[in-house]
Design a protein around this ligand. Structure first.
Ligand code: DC
Length: 229
């Protein structure tokens, strides 16, 4: 068990569009664990700054105290955590294009990482958590009992993202555009100096390119069951 934690912590990291959040949510449901989508916190801060009218050029100068002042909180529910801004529940706002286009920039700032690490660790304090993100196994929960690193071919990730966004019909140009947007975010996430996206030491790497959703969920559920046997 992780030190100071009353139960298992399972981390799932990987690049954009690798299916982390949907997989983590389903695995958590099947095992009656809680799920935390850590990306939602970075998205909430981005949304909060846009809403407060803080210009992007000023983001790098914000202090941890100023960022905390935006009032991002995690509220525990039966199945996971709700992300709130000044008490207001955020859901659809987090997925807007304005947020998606700016969140990688914000996530590379040291003050932002410092502001959010405590919230994530607190969410893990009761254990029985499946958490997904980019640095869950490397930085936030390095003592997790199971670390998973999900990868998939860029083109397949782009296809899944378009489907997720409700696009039923798309051609090679749409796919290429989505792939290039994903690649740009991957480069920002893995090239940054602080908490870059990378496979954690000791992680089980799973390439989901040719796996169905059900298969990738089952593989992880099996791995967790092996831990608890
Ligand atoms: O998983 P996502 O697309 O919701 O993540 C949004 C952004 O937040 C993404 O650019 C990477 C960043 N992020 C991060 O830096 N660390 C995390 N643990 C989770 C997300």
């Amino acid at each position: 068990m992780s030190p100071g934690v009353g139960g298992l912590i399972i981390t799932i990291d990987g690049p954009a569009g690798s299916g982390k959040s949907s997989t983590a949510r389903e695995v958590a449901q099947r095992l009656s664990f809680k799920h935390l989508d850590s990306g939602a916190l970075y998205r909430a801060l981005t949304y909060g700054l846009i809403e407060a009218g803080v210009a992007e050029e000023e983001w790098a100068d914000l202090t941890v105290r100023e960022l905390r002042g935006l009032g991002i909180t995690l509220e525990s529910t039966k199945t996971g955590f709700e992300v709130r801004l000044g008490g207001r529940l955020l859901v659809d706002e987090l997925r807007s294009v304005e947020v998606t286009d700016r969140v990688s920039l914000l996530a590379g700032l040291p003050s932002v990482r410092e502001c959010l690490i405590g919230l994530q660790r607190e969410a893990g304090s009761g254990g029985f958590l499946i958490v997904d993100g980019r640095d869950m196994g490397t930085v936030v929960f390095p003592e997790a009992e199971l670390k998973v690193y999900l990868i998939a071919d860029l083109k397949e990730r782009a296809r899944r993202r378009l489907l997720e966004n409700g696009r039923e019909v798309f051609d090679d140009t749409d796919l290429a555009e989505e792939a290039s947007a994903l690649e740009e975010r991957d480069d920002l996430d893995s090239g940054r100096a602080i908490s870059p996206l990378k496979s954690p030491p000791g992680a089980v790497e799973i390439d989901t390119t040719n796996l169905s959703f059900e298969e990738q969920v089952s593989v992880i559920v099996e791995l967790v069951n092996e831990l608890t046997l």
